[in-house]
Design a protein around this ligand. Structure first.
Ligand code: NAD
Length: 421
């Protein structure tokens, strides 16, 4: 029987703080600057009562955390998951700040979430929960303040409900309050696949740097959702061989390569990858330990930890998910000479096209898909080059290099702004 991998052991916020300290030490940041940029600016916990389909009221707990607005409005997704905690949201908000700075877009960092099990809720229950949560966090959000987007188990429909609730309260349509909206409501072409596309650009850069041909390279993807499935599809189109893929229900493997377009079709129809024809079922742990060129963790935090990192046999680990490696796992992979493309670089394509969407909404002028792909490619490849340069010049791991770049830019901005009053 296939069991679900444990992906949420440990505290993601502790990881975020540890990684901050390592970068701040290396940058020799003074203690005043550290105090100013390390911790979240605002945190809100809300009670979200929802009338369920059975007539009873269920109380959910929701959060919105703004980690930083130093470089621009706070920006970050909203997650619906049974294991959402305030600490997890604080970690994700912190990483958003450094991520936006790494790709040099004028946003700070935020994140939100509700502790719930969306897989066992009806569409009506999800809509009522989303609208009530939106009205509870309403004082914090807005196109100039804090702009939510989709994350795990939220999507463009969720964003449409948030946009509508916010707009009805203000009395006029305000599409720029969220990104990742449906195209017909002011969404951007290319946003849905932006994270996966960005992941594939950074993998392309890493392969080039390592002299590893992407054509024919073997790939394993943990988490076949928005980020993971699109990355798999683009790598498949580039000639790579995606040999293993998992979602929360199971894990499928074919050493000659899985038919990714067919697998995507099946996942969209059935909601799972399990039972895919011409594949064999393997355990979640086997996927992470698989001999392959590129491993893409695209599910949740802490997938690779001290207890399983030594088994990783990939040459490149591309972090499509946020925080899939613990610091202990980082050290082990570094010792094995595995090239890690850190999350705040690897998955920054999503927030980059979110930025494009927000700019288009604010200007009421929409761009063509190719224009968006070209701009995204430029941003991602420039960020990769900047991080790689620090990695090589300073002799530090890629994650430390990315954190130094992002944290250094935020530190510079806060020094220029000074402290109010
Ligand atoms: P999603 O809800 O579309 O997909 C998540 C996938 O992971 C699902 O297929 C689910 O079944 C699978 N999954 C969950 N637990 C698993 C487990 N234990 N083992 C294997 N698979 C498991 O979510 P998403 O938007 O693709 O987000 C995935 C990760 O990417 C998250 O860490 C998220 O923060 C990060 N991310 C997403 C975006 C974005 O634009 N969607 C942007 C940046 C980062």
């Amino acid at each position: 029987m296939v069991t679900t991998a444990t992906t949420t052991q440990g505290n993601a916020y502790d990881v975020a703080l540890e990684n901050f300290d390592a970068a701040a030490d290396r940058l020799e940041l003074d203690s005043d600057t550290r105090e100013m940029i390390k911790y979240p600016e605002r945190m809100l916990t809300v009670t979200v009562p929802v009338r369920m389909d059975n007539g009873h009221i269920h109380r959910f707990e929701g959060y919105r955390v703004q980690h930083s607005s130093v470089r621009g409005p706070a920006k970050g997704g909203i997650r619906y998951h049974p294991q959402v905690t305030l600490d997890e949201i604080k970690a994700l908000a912190t990483w958003m700040t450094w991520k936006c700075a790494v790709v040099n877009i004028p946003f700070g960092g935020a994140k939100g979430g509700i502790t719930c099990d969306p897989k066992h809720m009806s569409l009506g229950e999800l809509e009522r929960m989303t609208r009530r949560y939106t009205s509870s966090i309403l004082p914090m959000i807005g196109p100039e303040q804090d702009i939510p987007a989709p994350d795990v188990y939220t999507n463009s429909q969720t964003m449409a409900w948030i946009m509508d609730t916010y707009s009805m309260t203000k009395g006029y349509p305000i599409p720029g309050v969220v990104t990742g909206k449906p195209i017909s409501l002011g969404g951007s072409l290319g946003r849905n696949e932006a994270t996966g596309r960005g992941v594939s650009y950074t993998i392309e850069c890493a392969c080039e740097h390592l002299g590893l041909p992407l054509k024919g390279a073997t790939v394993a993807v943990q988490g076949f959702g928005n980020a993971g499935s699109i990355a798999a599809q683009l790598l498949h189109e580039a000639g790579a061989k995606v040999i293993a893929v998992s979602d929360s229900t199971g894990c499928v493997y074919n050493r000659n390569g899985l038919d990714i377009p067919e697998l995507m079709r099946m996942k969209s129809l059935t909601g799972h990858v399990q039972g895919f024809p011409e594949s064999e079922e393997i355990h979640h742990d086997e996927l992470l330990a698989m001999e392959c060129d590129i491993l893409v963790p695209a599910a949740l935090e802490n997938a690779i930890r001290a207890d399983n990192a030594a088994k990783v046999r990939a040459r490149i680990v591309a972090e499509a998910a946020n925080g899939p490696l613990t610091p202990a796992a980082d050290r082990i992979l570094d010792g094995k000479g595995i090239f890690v493309i850190p999350d705040i670089l690897c998955n920054a394509g999503g927030v980059t096209v979110s930025y494009f969407e927000w700019v288009q909404d604010e200007q009421h002028l929409f761009w063509e898909a190719q224009d968006i792909y070209n701009r995204l490619e430029r941003v991602m490849k420039t960020a990769f080059r900047d991080v790689l340069k620090l990695h090589l010049d300073q002799g530090v791991p890629m994650r430390l290099a990315a954190n130094m770049l992002g944290i250094g830019r935020v530190a510079e901005a806060v020094k220029l702004r000074g402290i109010y009053p």
